[in-house]
Write a protein that binds this ligand. Structure first.
Ligand code: AMP
Length: 247
């Protein structure tokens, strides 16, 4: 299977060729046509499966045809658990979106940094990638409005729940329009993830990508119980004495 048979437009196919993406990964084979057809998707897949491009590409394709320009109203909301993932996902939107004919603006917002620059940057943004707490802060400050959301993506949903974002996510669900497309990605299908599935997904296309080898088997885990003030010295000792190159 090649990208040409998945229904993506010519301009995106050209970007894919430029980026040397020659063959879709299995999750992309299944997710891209489903998202283009407006279906909800439940993707059970780990990082490394190509899950990010599996939703970024069809979302960009749809935004090329239909993106609203109302200021401070975003079209696509991607919820993620961490700042690192927020930046990564924003980078993938820009990697594929920056040379398309229709300009698509993507912004990543997350906590732990000053809110003011993010408030100012929220001008004419189409795709907002956000951690749940910071998003609610921005909504409360009227820096962004969620009433024009057409597509909601929950990426690494299991991690968002394990990090305690359940209440924030529930509050966000209440703020966005009922008629929308929902894409839910999680490394595992737990009871909690199934509860979100039941709550928001409508007849989703289920895509399950088995990991080739569970990464846990490749990692030797060791724990050291030390007091707070000894953490730094112990880490320095371990790095030096273990001759560790990647930490
Ligand atoms: P992800 O699981 O989304 O974090 O993607 C894992 C890595 O695979 C990223 O570095 C992507 O750039 C890369 N990737 C995703 N899809 C493809 C593809 N079809 N061809 C080549 N590389 C890809």
């Amino acid at each position: 299977m090649s990208f040409t048979s998945l229904g993506l437009s010519g301009s995106l196919l050209k970007v894919l060729t430029d980026q040397k993406f020659t063959k879709p990964y299995p999750i992309q084979d299944q997710a891209i046509p489903a998202v283009l057809n407006g279906k909800d998707v439940l993707g059970i897949a780990k990082t490394g499966s190509g899950k990010t491009a599996s939703y970024v590409l069809p979302i960009l394709d749809k935004l090329q045809k239909n993106s609203s320009t109302k200021n401070r109203h975003v079209n696509v909301l991607v919820l993620v658990p961490t700042r690192e993932l927020a930046v990564q996902v924003k980078d993938v939107f820009q990697q594929f979106g920056s040379s398309l004919p229709e300009r698509i603006k993507t912004l990543a917002v997350y906590g732990g940094v000053s809110i003011n620059p993010q408030m100012q940057a929220l001008n004419h943004v189409n795709v907002l990638v956000a951690t749940p707490g910071r998003l609610l802060d921005l909504v409360e400050s009227n820096a962004v409005h969620l009433s024009e959301i057409k597509t909601l993506v929950l990426d690494e949903a299991d991690k968002m729940l394990s990090m305690g974002f359940k209440d924030e996510i529930d509050r966000i669900f209440k703020l966005i329009p009922k008629r929308r497309q929902n894409l839910l990605f999680s490394a595992t299908l737990s009871e909690d993830i199934d509860a979100i599935n039941q709550l928001i997904l409508k007849e989703p296309v289920l895509i399950k990508i088995e990991a080739e080898k569970d990464s846990i088997e490749l990692i030797k885990q060791v724990g050291y119980w030390v007091s707070e003030e000894k953490k730094g010295p112990l880490l320095r000792y371990l790095i030096k004495n273990g001759d560790l190159k990647q930490v």
